[in-house]
Design a protein around this ligand. Sequence first.
Ligand SMILES: [Zn+2]
Ligand SMILES: [Zn+2]
Length: 139
Amino acid sequence: MVPDSVEMVSDSIESMCPRCGTFHAGGVFGEACFQARRLARTCARCGLLHEDYDLAARILHDLDKFDCQIYIPDVDKLVMNGNNIMVPDHIMKTLDDQLKMKQDDEQLKMKHRFKKRKMMQIASMEEPNQDQETSNCFD
Ligand SMILES: [Zn+2]
Ligand SMILES: [Zn+2]
């Protein structure tokens, strides 16, 4: 027996993997293990690996993570273009609107925060007369 072939044989035997807990060949660092672990994390609802799309959801719509309930309300009608999910226009529009509302809301919050800070600054000034005196100088 040639040592090389022995290795190849042991590589192609599927065995219980200590890393991912499934049966596959190639050892814990092999492609099969990588795929098995990916498969274990795929969504039961849409069959996609959500983490593949987390970043896109964050960039596009400021979401914490990809949620197929939002992006793919009807799994049966899911259209893929390679690895890209073809999200229907009306859903994109809803998400855009939500994002805009969120951004408006955040702007409003920022304004509130700013106001609060200003009020605190005013409150912390314990010499209310000083302002008057200064403004008097310019009269
Ligand atoms: Zn494995
Ligand atoms: Zn899903």
